[in-house]
Every structure is written in structure tokens, then in C-alpha cells.
Design a protein around this ligand. Structure first.
Ligand code: ZN
Length: 464
């Protein structure tokens, strides 16, 4: 039986490093690797001079997220197209529970938002904001429904935050049923007090956002989450670690043999709190939680990635326009930094930025693959279907052309948002071609068009 497609002449990048190998695809999956594969009847994709990497897995996006009476700038259609153009072929978004409503309703709602609109494959974490003892069984239901990972907010009291008792109760159940707990680790009570004090004192500009969310508020919450996880026996994943101290807590937990994992995001690696000193209101573009940190933190987060104290680079893509337009905009907080919608775009620039770190010598090519694809696939129950290019895996891949430097810019990106946090930054990797299950999504850097073909991924319980 012949192959449908052969990706030819490229340098394959995997968790063991570089290999000169062609990839044969049949029925959407990798069928064979090697040289001199039987080309009869197969299409070919010329990848000579290029790197071929497993399709990116972005474990942290927020598409079509409600904000007040509107939403984020990107929905599943535009957000997933931007993901594809950046070499990401799988996203995990957050289905957020409404207070007093069942988890099932949140999952159904988010599946509706994505159905027929997502260009890449997708799954959901369930963000639990309200879970009394009597409804704990809903966690079992969610695991059976293919969503074995959950998020608990330790910040945003009165809106999203769960207290320690509620998190511990959920963790006890999750360790029984193969679930994974993840946390937004910031001390919400402390931060609220600091924000109120700043506003009382007339401190209303964007630069007060990072000053009211100090590094210690993250480190303390990471430590507390680790204590809860250790005592309940539940595995823990800390999203968007932004500080050296937060990464240090995870390092110490791992050195003690705990199943504790950490994620950071490109913004915490490539940007710093200098952005808040931009003139006028421009700092609002960088208002996200946790905030960008002083120089020194990024350098130590790179160390943490190299040493495997942190395992994943995801984006927390949550896009709001800077100027007034469709959806909620950053201008809502013109007179009060605490009302600026939190979040920034990033789903399209993750692989290009991280590959630049490979070219610069800050990351090995093998570590790149682990951080952007293999480890998130493993942690979230998708490996080896996603996260690698081995016979039997989905033929999801990106062809990176190192001969074409690019300037990142809102003028050329595909996300539906009016600014880029990386405006004008030069990157050496150009995402030239992208395949999802063997089908072209991107050709010569542009989407091929056609109706969205992403599928819902039912994920296995952790440890299955
Ligand atoms: Zn997030």
C-alpha cells in the first residue's frame, strides 16, 4: 500500500535531536520514517534546508472568553488560524464554570463555541469556580468526558477564586480518578488589598498593575498549592509561572520526588516590566496576570526550562484590542488600571520565538520539542498521538525555514487583535508549512483556507 504524502529532504527535530529523515503519511498518520521511501502515487512536500518539528501543543489558550457583556478579540476561528500560522496544531482551552452551574454545562458551552470553527485539534481543561461537597462527582464525569485536567484560581476573590479547603477537597477526589489539578497561583486576598490601597492613593496608571501583584504573592501561592498537592497526593501543574521564586518552589518540590510540574509563557521569557514604563497608556498592552517581571526573572526562567524545573511553554493567549473596536478593549481601564482586561495575544508567536532561542544557543533543539509539544502532550493525556512524529502518531507538523528572518508585527499576524506585544522583533524561523493530520493548514506562511477541520480530543486520565 502506497503513501499519501512524503515530507522530503528536511531535518527532523525530535526529543533526541536532529535526524535527516523523510516522513511518509498515510490516512492522516505518520506511516514511516527514513530515506528512500516509496514515492509512487504520493504527493511530496519539499522540506530541504528546513527543520521539521512536531506540531505545537499549546496547553493554555482563552478563545471566545466572555468579558463583561463582550468577549476576547479572538474566537475559536481566528485564534486557531493564528495558532496554525505559528506552527501549533493542538490547543487546550479553558471551559470556565459559571457559579452554581454544573461543570457539564461549561463543557457543553465551550464545545459549542469550538465545534466546526476550530482549525486545529482541541481539548478543554475545566476551570472550576464553585464545587461544594455534594457535587464532587462532577469531577468523575468530566474525566470520563475526556477532560482529565482542571484549573483552580487562587486569585480573583469573589469571582473565580476557590479557597484552600475547596481546592484540597477537589484534589483528594482527583488523585483517586486520574485527574490533574492545575492552579493560577497568586495570593488573591493580598493582591486585592494592594490594588485597593493604590487606587485610594490615586495610583491609576498601568504601571501600578505589576506593583500590586508582587513576586512574593506568586511564590507564596505556588508553595501553598504544592503543600495541598503533597498532602492530598494529587499531581499538580502550575500555569504561567512568572518568577524565579515560583520556579524555585517547583524545583524543590520536584527534588523531593513530588509530581509537580510547571509552565511558563514566552512573555515572561522575552519581555520584562520595562514595558509598563512606555509613554501614555501603552503599558496597558502588557497588563496580564501575573504581570511581566523585572530583569533577572526571565534569565532564571530560562535556567528553569533548561534544567527541567519547568516542563512546558504555553501562551495564555487572551487577546483584547488596544483601541476600541470589537470586543472588550484595553481602553476600559483608561482611568483605573484594575479595570484593564487582563491578557495578551501569543498563540502565533510561540514557536518562532522559542526557535530563535535554539538558534541563539539558549535551548537545545531536543528541549525545544519537549517544551512546545512533547511534554504538554504527555502531561495532558495526548501522547504519542500528539507531541511526536513516530509511526502511528497524527501527522501534525510544522516546517520551519531558517533562511527567512521575519519581523513580528500586528500588520502581518493572523490573530484578530490590533497589536502585537513583540512588534518589530526579528525572528529567524519562518513557519512555512503546517500539516494537521496530513492535511495542509498553512502553505508559504499563509493559511490555505477552507472550512475548519479541527477535532475535539478526548483525553485519557493521567497515568492511563
Ligand atoms: Zn490563562
Amino acid at each position: 500500500m502506497g503513501f499519501d504524502l512524503i515530507v522530503k529532504g528536511g531535518t527532523l527535530v525530535s526529543e533526541v535531536g536532529f535526524a535527516r529523515s523523510d516522513i511518509a503519511v498515510r490516512a492522516g498518520r505518520v506511516a514511516a520514517l527514513g530515506k528512500k521511501l516509496d514515492e509512487r502515487g504520493a504527493r511530496t512536500l519539499d522540506a530541504s534546508g528546513c527543520f521539521v518539528v512536531p506540531g505545537g501543543v499549546d496547553a493554555h489558550t482563552h478563545f471566545d472568553l466572555p468579558f463583561g457583556r463582550t468577549t476576547t478579540a479572538d474566537d475559536f476561528k481566528t485564534g486557531s488560524l493564528a495558532a496554525a500560522c505559528g506552527g501549533t496544531t493542538t490547543i487546550l482551552d479553558f471551559a470556565t464554570q459559571e457559579r452554581g452551574r454544573p461543570l457539564k454545562q461549561a463543557l457543553e458551552e465551550w464545545r459549542r463555541k469550538a465545534e466546526g470553527r476550530c482549525h486545529v485539534d482541541y481539548g478543554f481543561h475545566l476551570a472550576v469556580v464553585d464545587l461544594p461537597e455534594s457535587r464532587l462527582r462532577e469531577l468523575d464525569w468530566a474525566v470520563r468526558a475526556g477532560c482529565p485536567s482542571f484549573k483552580f484560581y487562587m486569585a480573583y476573590p469573589g469571582r473565580l477564586m476557590l479557597d484552600d479547603g475547596a481546592i484540597a477537597r477537589a484534589m483528594l477526589r482527583l488523585q483517586d480518578i486520574g485527574g490533574l489539578a492545575s492552579v493560577h497561583a497568586e495570593n488573591g486576598g493580598l493582591i486585592d488589598v494592594l490594588v485597593r490601597r493604590a487606587l485610594r492613593e490615586g495610583r491609576r496608571a498601568p504601571r501600578w498593575h505589576p506593583l500590586t501583584r508582587p513576586p512574593a504573592a506568586e511564590a507564596e501561592a505556588v508553595h501553598r498549592a504544592i503543600v495541598l498537592a503533597e498532602v492530598t497526593g494529587c499531581p499538580l501543574y502550575v500555569v504561567h509561572v512568572s518568577t524565579a521564586e515560583g520556579a524555585g518552589e517547583i524545583r524543590r518540590a520536584r527534588e523531593r520526588g513530588l509530581r509537580v510540574y510547571g509552565e511558563t509563557c514566552p512573555q515572561y521569557l522575552f519581555l520584562s516590566d520595562r514595558e509598563y514604563r512606555r509613554p501614555g497608556f501603552e503599558g496597558a498592552k502588557f497588563v496580564m496576570s501575573p504581570p511581566l517581571r523585572p530583569e533577572g526573572h526571565p534569565r532564571r526562567l530560562w535556567d528553569a526550562l533548561r534544567q527541567n524545573w519547568l516542563q512546558v511553554v504555553a501562551t495564555d493567549h487572551c487577546s483584547f484590542n488596544y483601541r476600541k473596536g470589537r470586543g472588550a478593549s484595553k481602553q476600559l481601564g483608561r482611568k483605573d488600571f484594575s479595570r484593564i482586561p487582563n491578557g495578551a495575544p501569543g498563540v502565533e508567536t510561540r514557536l518562532p520565538l522559542l526557535w530563535d532561542a535554539v538558534e541563539r544557543g539558549d535551548l537545545s533543539p531536543a528541549r525545544f520539542v519537549e517544551l512546545v509539544s512533547a511534554d504538554p502532550a504527555r502531561l495532558f493525556g495526548l501522547y504519542p498521538r500528539k507531541g511526536c512524529l513516530a509511526p502511528g502518531s497524527d501527522a501534525d507538523l510544522a516546517v520551519l525555514d531558517p533562511r527567512k528572518a521575519r519581523l513580528l508585527s500586528a500588520k502581518t499576524h493572523h490573530a484578530n487583535v490590533d497589536y502585537s506585544p513583540y512588534e518589530g522583533r526579528r525572528v529567524r524561523a519562518w513557519v512555512r508549512d503546517v500539516l494537521l493530520r496530513g492535511r495542509p493548514l498553512v502553505r508559504s506562511g499563509e493559511p490555505v483556507g477552507g472550512s475548519p477541520g479541527g477535532a475535539f480530543l478526548e483525553r485519557k486520565p493521567l497515568g492511563a
